[in-house]
Write a new protein. Structure first.
Length: 255
């Protein structure tokens, strides 16, 4: 099967015009997790943290929703990160620098609620992000946006082992405090992310908002941990924004 996509075409004044979504950089971040920088000026110009795109390799390909991990408005590029979990993403992982997507539709979905908040009010909040595995990819643009606006958020990043950690250096550059955990203790703190949350509670840390993004097995038990922090929190399970919001009885829902 061809890995180079047939470019999207439109007819204009009798001519065939090619609209290419060229891959400017493709690399494997770790086992079965890949990053691609795609030339998509319109998406880059309009996207915000928390939004996603739908990509398709060719006209017969499956539509794949992927969170926007990063973007550069000046260069007109969008970065996506994905894990191979089926036939189509496995086929997508074969794409190389110079190949193109047939479709790259976006930005889709709602931006992070923080983008619409008053900056001065947001700066007064203590914010904690918890990222499990590939969930680090959607956490990164939100933390980067906060950093760009002079707001420091703490971040806990967890993985089964050191080999499966991604975007550590990028996250370290924009986070207020970065806590790295591995289940097997091969790097950073040993244990699940929930253990680090409990350690922060024991240290007397308090947060106004906590956001956890990752796969179900990684973030199981987090609701009880967030209750220990006595804070509002949002859980997002899966590769795109499937919001599960939980609030303490004294809190007001803004989901």
């Amino acid at each position: 099967m061809k890995t180079r996509s047939v470019c999207k075409m439109r007819k204009k004044k009798g001519m065939v015009k090619q609209l290419m979504y060229k891959i400017l950089e493709a690399k494997e971040l770790t086992t079965n997790i890949y990053s691609m920088v795609v030339e998509a000026p319109r998406v880059a110009k309009n996207c915000q943290p928390g939004q996603f795109v739908i990509v398709r390799m060719d006209k017969d390909g499956e539509r794949i929703p992927l969170t926007i991990c990063d973007y550069d408005r000046e260069k007109g590029t969008v970065t996506i990160v994905f894990q191979t979990v089926g036939a189509e993403t496995t086929r997508m992982a074969v794409l190389k620098t110079g190949d193109s997507f047939h479709d790259f539709v976006g930005p889709l979905g709602c931006a992070s609620e923080m983008v619409g908040e008053d900056k001065e009010a947001l700066a007064k909040k203590k914010i904690l992000f918890v990222a499990g595995g590939v969930g680090t990819a959607p956490v990164y643009p939100q933390v980067k946006w906060l950093h760009k606006n002079g707001i420091a958020a703490d971040v806990i990043v967890g993985a089964k082992n050191q080999e499966l950690l991604i975007l550590e250096k990028e996250m370290e550059a924009v986070a207020g405090n970065l806590y790295v955990t591995t289940d097997d203790g091969s790097y950073g703190r040993k244990g699940m992310v929930t253990q680090t949350i409990q350690e922060l509670v024991d240290e007397g840390r308090k947060y106004d908002l906590c956001i956890a993004i990752g796969f179900r097995l990684t973030i199981v038990g987090i609701p009880n941990s967030f209750v220990s922090l006595q804070t509002n929190f949002i859980m997002i399970i899966g590769p795109i924004a499937i919001h599960r919001s939980y609030f303490l009885p004294s809190s007001t829902s803004s989901c």
